[in-house]
Write a protein that binds this ligand. Sequence first.
Ligand SMILES: [Cu+2]
Length: 174
Amino acid sequence: MLRNKLVLAASVMALGACGGGDKTADNSAAKPADTTAAATATAAPAGGAAPAGGAAVAAAPITGKTVEVKMIGDAQGYRFDPATITVKVGDGIKFTNVTGGPHNVTFFADSIPAGAAAALNANMPNTTSPLTGPLLINANDTYTVSFAGTKAGTYHFYCTPHLALGMKGVITVQ
Ligand SMILES: [Cu+2]
C-alpha cells in the first residue's frame, strides 16, 4: 500500500514536471503559427487597409509639463487631490497612491471628448480594460497618463475601487 502511494506520488510529480515541460513545448510549437499571424497582420495594413477601429493608435509621450495628483483615502474620505485639473494637449498627469489604496484611474467612456478614446487608451499603460488603469497597490505607486495626441475637452475620471465613495475628478484639456 505504502509503496503504491509512493509510486503514485512520484507519478503525480512526474506529471507535474511534464506539465511544465509541455507548457514550454506548447509555446514553442505555437510560435510558428503566431509568427504567421503576425506576418499576415503586418501585411494587411501594408496592402492599404487602414487598421480597424483605431486599435493601432500608438502611445504619444508627454511633451509638456506633468501635473501631480495625489490619491488619498483617510478619515476625511477617498479623493483625488486636486480633483479638478487643467492641462494642455501634450501635458501629462502623474497620479500617486498616497494613502488608502488600492486606487486606480478610470475614465468614463461616455464623458470624454468624442473620438478621444483611442488616443487616450493608447496613452494609458497597462490597462486592465479599456480606459481603465491598473490598481496601484502600494503607497508611492504612481501612474502617469499622457494627454499628448488627445483632444481638447473635459475628461471625467474615477477610481474604480472607490467610485461609490465619491473618488472621482475631472480633467480639462485645453
Ligand atoms: Cu481609490
